[in-house]
Design a protein around this ligand. Structure first.
Ligand code: RFL
Ligand code: PHB
Length: 395
């Protein structure tokens, strides 16, 4: 890493997908930034996370020259499957929308972003501790942190808070200004990664009376599966045998008969919740990605929202440096939130439609869920709406 500058145009806190991509999009538009990341690169690359890249996210990465490996090694999926009542419904994205999604792990994308950051000569300071923001709503914002035991300070024009769910930058938006909208779902996903061939060439989202299941993948010999668990579950509650038995029982027979099981190489429990923190701007601070909003993974939207936020933010910042006008920056929060809420709605709909809720047996909600799925199975318009949202609404 080159010397850390004492002054730059934009300091980006957080070097995950949102922060790294923002730095690169700014660089392409002639805006200088420094990225400050708490963790080591190996740690960031060790997090197993998202796998579905929306059509528009893919196009953004391609336009930024970041899609070489994704286009070579990722998998284009022209549809997904919904399982219900032992039946499979294929949602044909290509026919219904003319678009597709790309299966490409967030880990690989993060590696591509790091490589591009290094090639561009952008400073990414990793293992930076005690990041703090100063004068966020005044005229001379600064970011301080400790790196290699040395206290550092960078002054800048703007700060981008891309520091994920536990964001510290978000706390610089005063309580009197900040509103939080939240929904917690009363269950978790238990996820397992195994070096086995995927059970099918496209994803399967299954609604079963016992609970939800999802079959996903990373490549021809790396499968990613999830099953719905109880809110208080930990990975200790889910030894491999229990996981595979549960998954099998929740899939249509024709699918489960083909399931290849094997030892898990990674296992996690993830809570399902949505929240949005508004607004996304306070003074010279802008929030983007998981620092500003979280969606349950059912709609595969988290990473994609991080990408759309930073596309809007990079445009707004570059617009300011090109014209001297803050119009784009003033519009950023509303523009990004409008797209965010549509993804929150879709993720809520997928979650509500596909999971078993505690207390749901034969009651009104279960009847509605059954009707929702029967409608989807029978209506091309219903399928088109789902396809349109899954491949991603336009940026
Ligand atoms: P990240 O990836 O959390 O990066 C934030 C970075 O900020 C750093 N940081 C700090 N740096 C400096 N100072 C501090 N004080 C800091 N505090 C934190 C962190 O170390 C980190 O490197 O947020 P970002 O960039 O906004 O990206 C968001 C995505 O990572 C996230 O939305 C997705 O992974 C969500 N997600 C999915 N999204 C999709 O679009 N499609 C999917 O298929 C999908 N599947 C998933 C998912 C998330 C999952 N989990 C476990 C949360 C599946 C799972 C299981
Ligand atoms: C994944 O492959 O990890 C994955 C896919 C689809 C989702 C969530 C996670 O909705």
């Amino acid at each position: 890493m080159s010397e850390i500058a004492k002054k730059t145009q934009v300091v980006i806190v957080g070097g995950g997908p949102a922060g790294s991509l923002l730095a690169l999009l700014l660089h392409l538009q002639g805006v200088e930034s420094v990225v400050i990341e708490l963790r080591s690169r190996d740690h960031v690359l060790g997090r197993v996370r998202a796998g579905v890249i929306e059509y528009g996210s893919g196009a953004t990465l391609r336009e930024a020259g970041l899609a070489g490996r994704m286009d070579r090694e990722g998998f284009v999926h022209d549809g997904v499957n919904l399982a219900f009542n032992d039946q499979l419904l294929h949602i044909d994205f290509k026919r219904l929308t003319g678009k597709h999604v790309i299966i490409y792990g967030q880990t690989q994308l993060q590696r591509d972003l790091y490589d591009a950051i290094d090639t561009a000569g952008i400073t990414l300071v990793d293992e930076a501790e005690g990041v703090d923001l100063h004068d966020v709503d005044g005229g001379s914002p600064r970011v301080t942190f400790v790196h290699d035991g040395i206290e550092r300070e960078i002054s800048c024009d703007y700060i981008a808070g891309c520091d994920g769910v536990h964001s510290a930058t978000r706390d610089h938006i005063p309580d009197s200004v900040r509103q939080r909208f939240e929904r917690l779902y009363p269950f978790v996903w238990v996820g397992l990664l195994s070096e086995t061939p995927p059970v099918r060439d496209e994803l399967i989202y299954a609604n079963h009376p016992d609970g939800f299941a999802l079959c996903s993948m990373r490549n021809e010999n790396l499968s990613r599966y999830y099953v719905q668990g109880s809110a208080e579950d930990t990975t200790d509650d889910w030894p491999d045998d229990r996981f595979w038995e549960t998954l099998k029982a929740r899939l249509p027979r024709a699918v489960s008969d083909r399931l290849v099981t094997g030892p898990s190489v990674e296992k996690l429990v993830t809570p399902l919740r949505s929240w949005v923190s508004e607004p996304l701007r306070h003074g010279r601070l802008f929030l983007a990605g998981d620092a500003a909003h979280i969606v349950p993974p059912t709609g595969a939207k988290g990473l994609n929202l991080a990408i759309s936020d930073v596309v809007y933010l990079a445009d707004a910042l570059a617009g300011f440096y090109a014209t001297g006008h803050e119009t784009g920056l003033e519009e950023y929060s509303d523009r990004a939130l409008s797209r965010v809420w549509k993804a929150v709605r879709f993720s809520w709909w997928m979650t509500s439609t596909m999971h078993r809720f505690p207390g749901m047996s034969n009651d009104f909600d279960r009847r509605l869920q059954k009707t929702e799925l029967e409608y989807l199975f029978s209506s091309e318009n219903g399928q088109r709406s789902m396809a349109e949202n899954y491949v991603g609404l336009p940026l």
